[in-house]
Design a protein around this ligand. Structure first.
Ligand SMILES: [Fe+2]
Length: 160
């Protein structure tokens, strides 16, 4: 059988590996945030039900698409993408919420988780710039834009 050709895209293997590790942490946070948002879509109650139920759906639908983009960037860099709950729990910086929080507590948890995901993406930037890895930089920029904007929208719900 012919061996597949080695990856030669102009980024050395050690740098590709470090970027893939960072993207794996971003994937874990993004998945944890996705599940939290979908969970809250199912379980939200109270006078804000309609608004929050619909808002959470918009958010988790966008996040679901992003998971695929992050995982496939890891693959294009030559490394396996994590894809089990066990790995995600180990890699994520977001702590899962237990029980059934009240509606505004859900919003507070989501602000925290959105911001944590933004920090994980941002931490990776110096490495990506140093490696001249534009596709990953582009992906991180898109994720930062979404998470920071969503955190602002959620935070606005908590104000008078
Ligand atoms: Fe639904």
């Amino acid at each position: 059988m012919t061996k597949p050709a080695k990856i030669n895209i102009g980024i050395p293997e050690d740098k590709r590996e470090k970027i893939a590790d960072g993207l794996s942490r971003l994937l874990a946070d993004s998945y944890t945030l996705y599940l939290m948002t979908h969970n809250f879509h199912w379980n939200v109650t109270g006078p804000m039900f309609n608004t929050l139920h619909a808002m959470f759906m918009t958010q988790y639908t966008e996040q679901w698409t992003a998971l695929d983009q992050i995982a496939e960037r890891i693959r294009a860099l030559g490394f396996p993408a994590p894809g089990t709950y066990k790995e995600f729990v180990k890699l994520a910086s977001i702590v899962e919420v237990e029980g059934q929080p009240k509606a505004m507590e859900m919003v507070r948890h989501l602000v925290t988780a959105q911001e944590a995901t933004a920090r994980t993406a941002r931490e990776l930037f110096p490495l990506v710039e140093d490696a001249n890895d534009q596709p990953t930089a582009d992906l991180l920029t898109q994720r930062l834009d979404v998470h920071e904007k969503t955190a602002w929208m959620l935070r606005s719900l908590l104000e008078d």
